[in-house]
Design a protein. Structure first.
Length: 398
C-alpha cells in the first residue's frame, strides 16, 4: 500500500524519516511510513502462514521455499525484528528443513552487511558454513548459489581460509550434471563466473603478488571467469571482470618484458568480449554513457595488445587484430584503434591516409600532428615521410 500525500494522491515510494542507521537490538531499524510498516507486517504474516502450510508438501521445491524465506528475512530486517528461530515454524519439519535453515543463516549474514539492521544471534560464518555443508541439497543450482554467496562474503571479510573452503566446494560441485541442463546452464555459468572472479581476486589479495609472473594465475582465473560469462551470454558481467583484469595488468604495461607475458590472456579475453558485444553495428551517439565507458576499456585492452605486437615487430598480426577490433566496435572507430592500425599499415608499406583522415575529424590538432610525426618516424618510404612531416607541421601552424 502507498502512503497518501497532501494532494490526496498516493506516494509510490516510502519516505524514511532520517538516514538508515546500522543497529542491533529490539527497537532498531528504519523509521518508516506507518502504512508501509503495515504492508510489510502483513507480508511477514503471510510468509509465515504459507511456510507453515507447505511443510511436508514435496511438490513445493527448494527454489520456491528459498524465495519465500529470503523475503521473510528481508521483511523482518526492514521492520527491525529479530529472528527467534531460523525458520518460521521449527516445531514441524520435513526433508527440506535443514537446507532451509542454512538458507536463512546465509541470508542473515548477507543482509547484516547493509545499513539497516543487524540481526542479533546471527550464526557465525564458520557455523553457517558447517550448516550448509551438512545440508542435503535437492537443488544443485541453489547449493551453487549458496556457496558462491558465502565465498563473496568471505572475501569481503578477508578470510582466506573461508574463501578457500567455499571455492573448494564450488570446484567439487561445478561438474554436476544438473548444472549442465539447459534450464540451469545460464545461471550456473553466471555463478561460476563469480567463482573464478573471487579466486582471481583472492590470488591478488592474499600475499604479495607484485610481479607479473606472480599475477599470471590470477589473470588466467579472470580469463576463465569471462569465458563463463560468455556461456551465460552476459556482456555486462564479462566487462565487470575485464575491469578487474585491467586493474591487475595496469602496473605492468610500462615494462616490455612484463607486458609480453599478458599476450595470451589479452587475446583470449578480447576475442570473447568481441563475440559477446551487443553494439557492433551501432553508432556511438546511440550508446549510453555506461556502454561508452566499456568501449573505452576495451580500446585500452586492445592498445595494450597492439603495443605487444609492436614490441615483437609482428605488423601483420597487429593489423589483423586492429581490423577485428574495428569490426567489433561501434562507429566511428575508436581513436586508439585508428592510431595503432595506422602504425601497423605504415610498417607494412600500406598507406595510412584513410585512418589519419578519420583521426583528423575526431581528434585535436595537437594529437593528430603528433601522430603524423610518429608515422613519419616509422615509415621507410621517403615520400611518405615527407608527406607525414608536412601534415604534422601544417596542423601545428593551424
Amino acid at each position: 500500500r502507498s502512503s497518501p500525500t497532501k494532494s490526496g494522491k498516493k506516494s509510490a515510494t516510502p519516505v524514511p524519516k532520517g538516514k538508515p542507521v546500522k543497529k542491533d537490538g529490539k527497537d532498531a531499524g528504519l523509521s518508516l511510513d506507518p502504512l508501509l510498516v503495515e504492508d510489510i507486517t502483513k507480508a511477514v504474516q503471510i510468509s509465515e502462514t504459507v511456510y507453515h502450510h507447505i511443510i511436508g508438501n514435496s511438490s513445493v521445491g527448494l527454489q520456491k521455499r528459498k524465495a519465500l524465506l529470503c523475503l521473510w528475512v528481508k521483511c523482518r530486517q526492514v521492520l527491525g525484528q529479530p529472528l527467534k528461530t531460523l525458520l518460521p515454524d521449527e516445531e514441524n519439519t520435513d526433508a527440506f528443513s535443514v537446507a532451509c535453515k542454512s538458507i536463512v543463516a546465509v541470508e542473515m549474514n548477507h543482509l547484516n552487511n547493509n545499513n539497516y539492521y543487524i540481526f542479533p544471534n546471527t550464526p557465525t560464518m564458520q557455523d553457517t558454513l558447517k550448516m550448509v555443508e551438512t545440508s542435503e541439497w535437492s537443488d544443485k543450482l541453489i547449493e551453487l548459489e549458496i556457496w558462491t554467496k558465502l565465498a563473496t562474503m568471505s572475501l569481503k571479510l578477508s578470510n582466506k581460509e573461508l574463501v578457500d573452503t567455499c571455492c573448494g566446494k564450488i570446484t567439487q560441485l561445478k561438474e554436476h550434471p544438473d548444472l549442465k541442463k539447459q534450464d540451469s546452464k545460464l545461471t550456473a555459468n553466471k555463478l561460476l563466473c563469480y567463482h573464478n572472479l573471487i579466486l582471481g581476486k583472492s590470488e591478488l589479495t592474499f600475499g604479495n603478488k607484485a610481479t607479473i609472473e606472480e599475477r599470471l594465475p590470477a589473470l588466467a582465473l579472470f580469463s576463465d571467469a569471462i569465458i563463463s560469462a560468455e556461456i551465460a551470454n552476459d556482456y555486462k558481467l564479462a566487462m565487470d571482470v575485464v575491469q578487474h583484469f585491467w586493474n591487475a595488468i595496469l602496473p605492468h604495461l610500462s615494462k616490455k618484458h612484463e607486458r609480453g607475458q599478458m599476450k595470451e590472456e589479452l587475446c583470449k579475453i578480447l576475442t570473447v568480449v568481441a563475440n559477446l558485444a551487443p553494439d557492433k553495428n551501432q553508432k556511438l551517439l546511440e550508446i549510453s554513457l555506461e556502454h561508452k565507458k566499456r568501449i573505452d576499456l576495451r580500446s585500452h585492452l586492445y592498445s595494450a595488445l597492439f603495443i605487444i605486437y609492436l614490441d615483437e615487430k609482428d605488423w601483420t598480426s597487429g593489423l589483423e587484430q586492429a581490423e577485428k577490433a574495428a569490426l567489433s566496435m561501434p562507429r566511428p572507430t575508436h581513436q586508439l584503434i585508428l592510431k595503432y592500425r595506422a602504425l601497423f599499415k605504415v610498417n607494412l608499406g600500406i598507406s595510412p591516409n584513410g585512418d589519419m583522415a578519420k583521426l583528423e575529424r575526431m581528434g585535436s590538432e595537437d594529437s593528430v600532428s603528433e601522430m603524423w610525426h610518429r608515422v613519419a618516424m616509422t615509415s621507410c618510404n621517403k615520400e611518405e615521410q615527407l608527406n607525414a612531416l608536412q601534415q604534422s607541421i601544417m596542423l601545428l601552424q593551424n
